[in-house]
Ligand binder design. Structure first.
Ligand SMILES: [Zn+2]
Length: 233
């Protein structure tokens, strides 16, 4: 469920904030404690008009997509000029099938185009590497990049009739097989994709399944935060 991922999102956001250049001399960025985050989230327009508009109306931060470096770069430069905090969004809505990554399987057996949320390659290539790159760019005196926010809304999936969040996921071979191993349930009788959810229920272990996966997602998110913190050191 989205709320279950929230601690990860917040942890990452705060972790990423540690990279901000404005506070390189400080141990911890304390602008959130001091000013609170008063942010607007927008994907349209450009840095020049929106950053100044938001500032004029009492906001201190702007959240926008960080997926296109050439565009985000301009936002970051303008944020510095405007004296605004800029938070970049990296999304899980991505065609993992096209990229040859492990795909997410939902409870009804639907194998989606989006990535399995525990796929290490996805986290490395789509989350950790772009974030570290942004953290390095944020060290530049001419740019303001105050943090990263992970968007777990799966537009690439919902556009094809699937669900928009990782609720009821993931039942791919890696996730499901990892749980079987963890519980010593054996692997020989692995049921077809659409029957895995019911199988877990029949075995009386369904309540343990998602916490097991969430722990892995949290570990991957922590790895991302540590990679960002390492840039600042
Ligand atoms: Zn999976």
């Amino acid at each position: 469920m989205p709320t279950q991922y929230l601690p990860c999102v917040l942890a990452l956001l705060l972790g990423a904030l540690a990279m901000a250049t404005s506070w390189a001399e400080e141990k911890k960025p304390d602008w959130i404690a001091r000013e609170k985050i008063r942010a607007g989230w927008i994907y349209h327009g450009d840095g020049k008009d929106k950053l100044h508009f938001f500032k004029k109306h009492g906001l201190n931060a702007l959240i926008t997509h960080a997926g296109k470096p050439e565009v985000f770069d301009e936002w970051a430069k303008e944020a510095r000029r405007a004296g605004m905090h800029l938070i970049g969004v990296l999304g899980f809505s991505f065609d993992a099938e096209k990229a040859g990554m492990r795909r997410c399987v939902f409870g009804n057996g639907y194998e989606s185009v989006v990535a399995c949320p525990t796929d290490e390659r996805f986290w490395q290539e789509r989350m950790i590497e772009p974030t570290v790159k942004l953290a390095r760019e944020g060290m530049s005196a001419e740019k303001e990049i105050s943090g990263i926010l992970i968007d777990f809304e799966l537009y690439a999936n919902s556009e094809k009739g699937g669900q928009i969040y990782y609720t009821d996921a993931c039942y791919c071979d890696a996730c499901f097989g990892g749980f079987l191993k963890h519980k010593n349930l054996g692997d020989a009788a692995r049921p077809p994709l659409g029957e895995r959810k019911k199988w877990l229920k029949d075995k009386g272990v369904d309540a343990e399944y998602h916490p097991f996966l969430q722990k892995q997602v949290r570990a991957l998110a922590a790895k991302m935060r540590e990679a960002v913190e390492a840039v600042r050191k």
